[in-house]
Design a protein around this ligand. Structure first.
Ligand SMILES: Cc1cc2nc3c(=O)[nH]c(=O)nc-3n(C[C@H](O)[C@H](O)[C@H](O)COP(=O)(O)O)c2cc1C
Length: 329
């Protein structure tokens, strides 16, 4: 009761959501996560590349796409889903197996794919759709404005086509995230997942080759999201969902105090086990008891910019004093 929260119009028993990752792509793991206390789950993303792969497989007799097909397999060898059909079927299986809300996740690149598959995801029974607006800067000739405009058009089109709640999982690398979110608000997005975390190349200096290690997050990576949430709380209708580097009850309390409605955890459950959710629930309840808070609403956003009424709240990262003192933690 005490930890209940409302997210994008859905009632959640607590703020602990499991973000997209391979474990939410297995029914046995989903059940384990629900039993340990997860209040909702986000299925692994359906990647546009996989949709194409499936389509190309159907057309294999043409041999036209053999090279691309091979490239897809090399680039995405370990992705759980072979294609869209399995994904849509899996949504139905997950819904039948769980009592908690199930969000699907779509990671697409071109407008047609977003719209077509978002509709199918809605039909399959997902409680909400998380859109991963995946983009990394690779094209020197495209302006940020151009890229953002395309993303906004896709979301706009999607909003007019599906009724289930839509959240947008954002990259931390927008020049002005607050402005971009303001424009998503105008479209009627229901939630913002802050922030996506990228796996990036490293270089193996012995072999002198690029490598792609799958590194889990560190427990300090949440502060950028916390800051954005602190700045946005009370200024947007959509819910703010924190993710990346939330490994302790302490950091989760911090993002709730800044204004998050819920959090998504992934690395923590991989580093420990789903059972860690029980500890989070217990520790958060204890903290609330000690402070005399009867609900999350009693303290959510109390340290946001809006509630601090401090013109410099969450804006001091370059604060000269801090730099001059040079006290390192
Ligand atoms: C193994 C693994 C697979 C992931 N797969 C996806 C995915 O399919 N779609 C997505 O949007 N995020 C994916 N993520 C990112 C997580 O959902 C999450 O945003 C990120 O790991 C940050 O949270 P954390 O610090 O709790 O790990 C994945 C993360 C991991 C570790």
């Amino acid at each position: 009761m005490k930890l209940e929260t409302t997210l994008m119009g859905l009632s959640l028993k607590n703020p602990f959501i499991i973000g997209a990752n391979p474990w939410t792509g297995k029914i046995s793991k989903l059940k384990e996560l629900e039993a340990a206390g997860a209040s909702a789950v986000v299925l692994p993303s359906l990647f546009e590349e996989k949709i194409y792969l499936e389509n190309y497989k159907h057309q294999e007799f043409l041999h036209e796409f053999d090279d691309l097909h091979a490239e897809m397999i090399t680039q995405h060898p370990d992705t759980t889903y072979a294609g869209a059909h399995i994904y849509l079927h899996f949504i139905k299986l997950a819904k039948a197996a769980l009592d908690i809300p199930v969000f699907a996740s779509l990671n697409a690149l071109t407008p047609d794919t977003w719209i077509h598959y978002a509709k199918k995801i809605e039909e399959a029974g997902a409680d909400g759709l998380e859109l991963n607006l995946y983009h990394t800067a690779k094209e020197p000739n495209r302006s940020s404005q151009d890229i953002e405009q395309e993303q906004l058009q896709i979301v706009q089109q999607l909003r007019s086509e599906i009724q289930i709640p839509i959240s947008i999982k954002l990259s931390p690398f927008y020049t002005n995230t607050l402005h971009f979110i303001k424009r998503l608000e105008e479209i009627g997005v229901d939630g913002y997942v802050l922030y996506n975390r990228f796996f990036e190349e490293e270089i193996n200096t012995d072999r002198e080759v690029l490598t792609f290690p799958l590194r889990l997050s560190h427990g300090t990576e949440y502060t950028h999201a916390m800051k954005t949430i602190g700045l946005l709380y009370g200024t947007v209708k959509g819910d703010l969902i924190a993710t990346s580097g939330l490994h302790t009850t302490e950091s989760i309390l911090q993002v709730l105090l800044a204004g998050a409605s819920a959090v998504q955890v992934v690395s923590l459950i991989h580093k420990k086990s789903p059972k860690v959710l029980e500890t989070l629930i217990e520790e958060m309840t204890q903290w609330m008891d000690q402070k005399g808070y009867g609900s999350l609403e009693a303290f959510r956003g109390s340290l946001s910019k809006k509630n601090l009424r401090d013109p410099y709240a969450f804006e001091r990262e370059q604060y000269i004093d801090l730099l001059l003192k040079g006290k390192v933690l």
